[in-house]
Design a protein around this ligand. Structure first.
Ligand code: ZN
Ligand code: ZN
Ligand code: ZN
Length: 132
């Protein structure tokens, strides 16, 4: 691997870790600026997903968002949490509660894709709260 490649990966990972919410490829692109091209971001994000470093979230707006994993290992993601999108500030978060889903006998879950949209604590409490 070229050294430059490692640096780019580190840049993207840092930016994901520093973000308090899940980010889309567009947001990452804006943060990283011209330094990293679209194709590279795409490739790095997908390799992070495969390595159990980040997970991909399909939002109810049809876009993919990426969030850092906590206890995942290579080739195996291990989380059953819902994701929450705030309709007011647009933030997408991993909810801390792990959900236990009972599947019928003999079924095995591989991917859990729970999604909720609404208003986050900040926005619900805000006097600027506006119904959209
Ligand atoms: Zn994961
Ligand atoms: Zn909000
Ligand atoms: Zn998550």
């Amino acid at each position: 691997m070229a050294k430059r490649n490692t640096t780019t990966k580190q840049l993207i990972l840092d930016s994901l870790k520093n973000s308090k919410s899940a980010v889309s490829q567009e947001i990452l692109q804006k943060e990283l600026g011209e330094a990293v091209d679209r194709a590279t971001i795409y490739r790095v994000l997908n390799s992070f997903c495969e390595d159990g470093i980040v997970h991909k979230i399909l939002g109810d707006d049809g876009k993919y968002y990426f969030a850092v994993c906590v206890n995942c290992s290579e080739k195996k993601h291990k989380h059953n949490h819902f994701h929450f999108r705030c309709l007011s500030c647009g933030k997408i978060e991993c909810l801390p509660n792990e959900m236990e889903v009972k599947l019928p006998e003999g079924y095995q879950s591989v991917n859990f894709n729970g999604f909720i949209s609404g208003y986050c604590a900040n926005c619900s409490n805000s006097s600027l709260f506006k119904q959209q």
